[in-house]
Design a protein around this ligand. Sequence first.
Ligand SMILES: Nc1nc2c(c(=O)[nH]1)N[C@H]1C(S)=C(S)[C@@H](COP(=O)(O)O)O[C@H]1N2
Ligand SMILES: [Mo]
Length: 217
Amino acid sequence: MLGLGVAGVAAAPLLQRGVEAVAKKDPTGLSGVLPAGGGFRYYSVTASVPHKGERDYRLKVDGLVERPAAYTLAELRAEPQTRLVRDVQCVTGWRVPDTPFEGVRLARLLDAAGVRPAARAVRFTCFDGAYSESLTLEQARRKDVLVALRMQDKPLGHAHGGPARLYVAPMYFYKSAKWLSGITLTDEVRPGYWEERGYDVDAWVGRSNGRDDAPTV
Ligand SMILES: Nc1nc2c(c(=O)[nH]1)N[C@H]1C(S)=C(S)[C@@H](COP(=O)(O)O)O[C@H]1N2
Ligand SMILES: [Mo]
């Protein structure tokens, strides 16, 4: 997996013109190698993703909760916002230092929903219809895990998973599910898209990125 990713990045200049066509043929997303502004690559495991905005975006919170909810963007913006500046690290090798993300702490949304005692994990689903992610409940409650509405001090653009994505600051960027549409409390961790394909569920980048930060429980 890592080998393929590095090869893909190295081949980027050759692929630039044809990258869209290539991406459509590559369900792994490893062809998302078009260098983007600020050192980011845009990754998507699907060839196209619908646009959602003010009118039709909803973030559902359900599963093992007392009060299921569906947030509009305006409602998410009305919550207290937290800004974090950390390094972004993809497992295929690229890294973008000091990237600001801003949004609502996931712990806040979990508390508002009233997590039932049987819940042990959180599953995240996306309106691309394919990607998913997961965290243990303890990980999900950390202060450095956000539902991000802004990135690089701008509203989150569609290519980066807008209007809202998960942002798991202390872990590899594949944990930060783009186009986030569902937060489901479950009784055990259900492996996400890449985790079913061999990536670790616990994707800590390292202590320097805040691993020893206390959870907010
Ligand atoms: N829905 C969705 N989220 C996703 C992915 C994806 O393919 N689909 N790729 C993941 C991976 S592997 C990385 S490195 C980052 C890339 O985010 P970016 O496209 O904003 O750079 O998103 C993560 N979240
Ligand atoms: Mo990644």
